[in-house]
Unconditional design. Structure first.
Length: 105
């Protein structure tokens, strides 16, 4: 019996990359900022940003703390990161506008 794969966030990779870039960090610099220089490699960050791997929960938590956003902002595809990172106040993200629905006739 196989385990069904879990649903993945479609936008997680782009959010993680944006956090790193907005903080002005290299991939190695990000590892230092997050406190994972002994546990992870630059290639791990690369895989997260390319969407090939998902970071473990403690790593997601540190990304959220570095950006000053709640973790659900990273995971929820319906939430955007705030315009300024790190956010000056703890951010709940910005709800994305849903696509306009065509009127039924």
């Amino acid at each position: 019996m196989t385990n069904p794969s879990r649903t993945k966030s479609a936008r997680l990779a782009e959010k993680l990359q944006r956090i790193r870039l907005e903080l002005g960090l290299s991939q190695n610099g990000l590892l230092g900022q997050l406190g994972f220089t002994d546990e992870l490699f630059r290639s791990n960050v690369s895989q997260y940003e390319l969407g090939r791997r998902e970071p473990p929960l403690p790593v997601l938590l540190q990304y959220a703390r570095a950006a000053n956003v709640y973790v659900d902002v990273l995971i929820d595809d319906e939430l955007d990161l705030p315009d300024k990172l790190p956010s000056p106040t703890k951010s709940e993200g910005i709800r994305r506008k849903s696509p306009a629905r065509s009127k039924r006739r």
